[in-house]
Design a protein around this ligand. Sequence first.
Ligand SMILES: [Zn+2]
Length: 407
Amino acid sequence: MLAFQLAAKVGLALRSLLVPLLLEASPEAVLSKHPLIDLHVDLPIVLRILYSNNLSKVNYSGTLPGAVDLDRLRRGKSAGFFSIAFVECKSDGGDGFLSPTDSVRDTLEQIDLTRRLPDYFAQDVALATTPASVRSNFASDKISHLIGIEGAHSLGNSLASLRLYHELGVRYLTLTHTCHNAFADSAGSTTNETSAPLHGGLSAYGLRLIDEMNRLGMIVDLSHTSDDTARQALARSEAPVIFSHSGARSIYNHIRNVPDDILTSISEGKGQYEAVVGIPFLPDFVGSAPDQTVARVADHVEHVAALAGRSRVAIGSDFDGFLPPGIEGLDDVSKYRNLFAELAKRGWSENELAGLASGNFLRVFQKVLDVSERLQKKRKKLPDMKPWSNRTDLGKIPRASTFNVGN
Ligand SMILES: [Zn+2]
């Protein structure tokens, strides 16, 4: 072996020893010091399907069939997640969204599951509704459960529902799921079939929904929405928004991923919108086989970061929202570290990884609360009590009533 080859080899060996020691952030160290909050976990729908909502039958502290349970959350050094209230949407708008559904009841049942978990698993679980409560739960070694609702069809066309969901602790609302609703257009199915637009983005009622969410301090989530809905919501919202579980469309061309023009519009530069994008681990959004890998998930993170900034990324796994198998090495809540290790290898600092873990999201969350406070206190904004113009049931005497207008 020539001397320079030997020297190069020794140099390489030394480098591979020293670089991790000197430069690379350790995922374990990052996750021990900084809370990791996953923006989208569908645990409640698993509890509904497998246990008929009966928490007394749920072995959450042991092993559950999906990707989420306390044992694996602990092993994964998770500080918590948004536990999603999800009910299927049933209308594409052909009925004017006026057919009665069970969506409000079922959404309440989904919220109830998350709210009741601390009764059964008090040692490990605590609810969180503010950035401060996430941090204090982390300090006292409790796993924060925050509540999000996936799809404004869950409101039953009523802003009263939105206000009361907020009082129950819900802190984000995804504007649509896979159907259009009275407020906004959806992107379409999770299997990548686009829906023809109905409103062309947000309806007039959708604009009012965003205003009311800003007033309440409810985070606007734009995953699942059409691109036009997302662009219009970014322009309308006075507060920063999130994409709770969406990747980068330039890395994988799927309607559920965010296009470059929107990513560019949420960059750190002056006059830009502020948002964070929670990168999903759902294989179908990440890439086509064999590209469904940890490295490819990291590519999504890095693409969002390249266009918008490293302060614009978060984690939005979508665990329990899809059937196994997931991505090898990122297939349950015990494995977040593997994504952090991949990004550390690519030069992400401890601070940047802490931002990805939750710092970026908590910054946005705090700003949403600040905007709400400003709107309510300084501008004295009152609740929007005007009914949706298409409602036909209000202002009428119930048919089976003995109510007498003359009395
Ligand atoms: Zn979803």
